[in-house]
Design a protein around this ligand. Structure first.
Ligand code: PMV
Length: 329
């Protein structure tokens, strides 16, 4: 038995094989404030460091059925080709949990993320699939086990099992059983998030490949764990104190440090486009003028900005094209 399958067999209880006719679940997109960047175990998606995210109100809803001869996947109302990487990735994940090798699924999945937001995320997708499998097979798994299972689909999916602010503790075990999300008891209703689109086309290099190349070749990667630790500590402190200026400085520095490690990889990885740089300069200039606004970016060119509700009109006048997405706390 391969390693991933052996771990899944420990996560999932022995069941009677009874399944429901169908099961549906929703999971949110999450945005990292302290980033997951680098794996200590590539096969199990175990991270080098902890990370912290906040959930959005948009995400993925997935319904599962049993099918007769083959797996069938529908995404946003259209069938997904068997040859596509998306189909392959999903069915490989399903191979880990099929009650028998011949068991086949029909999966109907819908992203309510506005396509133009460029947020179509594997994290909400694998989390919604995991939650719907839990219902379909009536496993009654704990949130921690669901989070570990979702991580095997995509690392950051382990955070999308929960609403609100989520800490993904890296864990120390080789089998990853202690590497899962934890819901944090913070709420911050005044906190707002907007998206500034630079491009909605597919990213040139996947986050997994970009992480691997960065870990292997960037001379800056060695400082990443200590930077992350400091930024994360400050973020957690400021979630308590609601010191927005410190909170924003930490999350922005964390994103910029992550991108600096990629820019210094060999060959270099740069997701930024002209528009990305323009948005960043506009954010920094507005801050010099006294506006409390901060930016974060993931493995892509789009910029996410964070600000407080009291500054929303000002931020909108600066970025009329901003797409505001409510947080899910
Ligand atoms: O879970 P993945 O393999 O898609 O990696 C996500 C990596 C970042 O989005 C860049 C950071 C993060 O913590 O979400």
């Amino acid at each position: 038995m391969n390693r991933r399958k052996e771990i899944v067999s420990r996560l999932i209880p022995h069941t009677t094989g009874a399944v429901l006719d169908s099961a549906t679940a929703f999971a949110p997109v999450n945005i990292a404030l302290a980033k997951y960047w680098g794996k200590r175990d590539i096969e199990l998606h175990l991270p080098v460091t902890d990370s912290l995210s906040v959930a959005l109100s948009v995400g993925t809803t997935t319904t599962l059925y049993q099918n007769t001869h083959q797996d069938v996947i529908e995404l946003n109302g259209s069938p997904v080709a068997e040859s596509s990487p998306f189909f392959q990735r999903l069915t490989q994940f399903l191979d880990l949990v099929r009650p028998s090798p011949s068991f086949r699924f029909r999966i109907v999945t819908h992203n309510d993320v506005p396509t133009a937001a460029g947020l179509a995320s594997s994290a909400s997708g694998f989390a919604a699939l995991t939650l719907s499998l839990n219902r379909f097979f009536q496993w009654n798994l704990s949130a921690e086990s669901l989070s570990c299972l979702a991580r095997l689909g995509s690392g950051s999916a382990c955070r999308s099992i929960f609403p609100g602010f989520v800490l993904w503790q890296k864990g120390d075990r080789d089998d990853g059983m202690d590497s899962h999300g934890i819901a944090l008891p913070f709420s911050w209703p005044e906190l707002k998030l907007g998206i500034l689109m630079a491009s909605s086309t597919e990213k040139p290099i996947s986050s997994s490949l970009a992480m691997k190349r960065t870990v292997e070749t960037s001379p800056l990667y060695s400082i990443w764990p200590s930077v992350l630790e400091k930024d994360l500590r400050e973020l957690l402190e400021t979630l308590e104190t609601k010191d927005f200026s410190r909170f924003g400085s930490s999350l922005e520095r964390n994103a910029l440090t992550m991108h600096a490690t990629m820019h210094t990889a060999s060959p270099p990885i740069c997701y930024w486009l002209e528009e990305t740089v323009h948005y960043l300069h506009t954010v920094w200039h507005a801050r010099e003028q006294g506006l409390q606004i901060f930016a974060t970016m993931d493995a892509g060119p789009n910029v996410k900005i964070l600000f407080l509700a009291s500054d929303e009109l000002h931020v909108r006048s600066l970025f009329p094209q901003m797409m505001e997405i409510p947080l899910r706390s």
